[in-house]
Design a protein around this ligand. Structure first.
Ligand SMILES: Cc1ncc(COP(=O)(O)O)c(C=O)c1O
Length: 387
């Protein structure tokens, strides 16, 4: 009889359900999967051949824990271009996606019983990581403009002592909301005063629909912010590539923690991102991806406006993959889900993210535009019947 660790006993099946995909015939608004039309499949064919021909000894070998030097250098240059601040070499490492960054931060910073403050609601994967590291998670209120900084201030003044504040400042998963500049400045200032380290997750930052996102928290407070970045949404999740940028002592600990996860991010993926990036392909592909996702959002929004009952509201994202629906009080979106599946549409209920029972998340990234309109219509019928 196997005795599992205590941390293995809290199971959250929601992410497994999302990653498994929807049953045949069901239009899925559940998973935040990037659209395969944005994947650079043809270019990768050529880039992969070039990397394997020119640098097999680097791409196929173990790499330094912090990342292959030329890749790290490329990411440092990119960080300077995108955030207006050049990290020192010791302030940035390569990670195996954004999720690994969160796990490394947990491993480095969280003892059982430590408090992690999060936006309520927030990304399921992060909540699960905090849970696995036996943190006490404290949700801080959000409004249409993201985290309510005054609410956090009140909690801190009331004695809350988080080791970490986890924030997704733009196009948030699951709400789609974006924190305005004034709140970002206030947040950095508040956390600096209270000695709270911010873990900034910029997974969707580059997928803005119209204009750029406000300055990143890391650019405003590199002394109190660790930025977790990923290439999953602008390149492809299959390569599992990301970065961590932050104060050098924290980054050194994340690198040390990486020695017990994968030791190094895959060299082949690192060299592919570098080759793709240095050839200028992000500058060409990211705008095209932005346009695609903006157009997807308009299709879903059209469908919702045409069919949803009046007493249902939803967030209007300025980027990213998600919108957050609020149904009338008393409707339970977990109980409603089997009826939605029966009607041929899938979504994720709000509760697993730390949301209210009458809230739910829809993703508009994956389905095509006509399917998004049909999915909105199906979801609206189910909600209308429940109302
Ligand atoms: C907010 C957020 N952070 C991190 C991740 C994980 O990204 P990665 O594929 O790089 O691990 C996701 C993926 O959905 C996400 O939504």
């Amino acid at each position: 009889m196997v005795t599992f660790a205590r941390r293995a006993q809290s199971q959250n099946d929601e992410l497994t359900t999302i990653l498994a995909g929807a049953p045949e015939g069901v239009l899925s608004l559940a998973g935040g999967f990037p659209n395969p039309a944005t994947f650079p499949s043809e270019l990768l064919d050529e880039l992969m051949a070039r990397v394997l021909r020119d640098e097999p000894g680097v791409a196929l070998q173990y790499a330094p824990c912090e990342g292959i030097p030329s890749v790290r250098e490329y990411l440092i240059e990119r960080q300077e271009r995108l955030h207006g601040r050049r990290p020192e070499r010791e302030e940035l490492i390569v990670t195996s996606g954004g999720m690994e960054c969160i796990a490394l931060a947990c491993q480095s910073l969280i003892d059982p019983g430590d408090t992690v403050a999060v936006e309520a609601p927030t990304y399921l994967g992060a909540l699960m990581a905090f849970d696995r590291y036996e943190a006490i998670v404290e949700g801080i209120d959000m409004d249409e403009d993201g985290l309510v900084v005054d609410a956090l201030e009140e909690r801190l003044e009331g004695g809350l002592r988080p080791k970490l504040l986890y924030v997704i400042p733009e196009y948030q998963n699951p709400t789609g909301r974006t924190l305005p500049l004034a709140r970002r400045e206030a947040l950095v200032d508040l956390c600096r005063r209270h000695g709270v380290l911010i873990l900034e997750d910029v997974a969707y930052r580059e997928i803005s629909f119209d204009g750029a996102a406000p300055p990143s928290l890391w650019s405003l407070g590199p002394d109190v912010v660790v930025q977790a970045g990923t290439f999953s949404k602008i390149f492809c999740p299959g390569v599992r590539m990301g970065w961590a940028a932050g104060p050098r002592d924290v980054i050194a600990q994340l690198a040390a923690a990486k020695q017990t996860t994968d030791q190094c991010s895959g060299g082949l993926g690192q060299k592919l991102v570098e080759a793709y990036g240095r050839a200028g392909h992000f500058e060409r592909q990211v705008p095209a991806s932005r346009e695609l996702y903006a157009s997807h959002w308009r299709a879903l929004d059209r469908g919702l406006r045409a069919h949803m009952p009046d007493n249902v509201t939803w967030s209007e994202p300025l980027g990213g993959f998600f919108s957050w629906l609020t149904l009338p009080e008393g409707i339970d979106t977990i109980a409603l889900r089997p009826l939605a599946i029966e009607a041929g549409v899938a979504y994720v209920p709000g509760a697993p993210f730390g949301g209210a029972p009458n809230e739910l998340r829809v993703a508009f990234s994956y389905l095509g535009e006509p399917e998004l309109e049909s999915a909105a219509s199906r979801l609206s019928s189910v909600v209308s019947s429940a109302v």
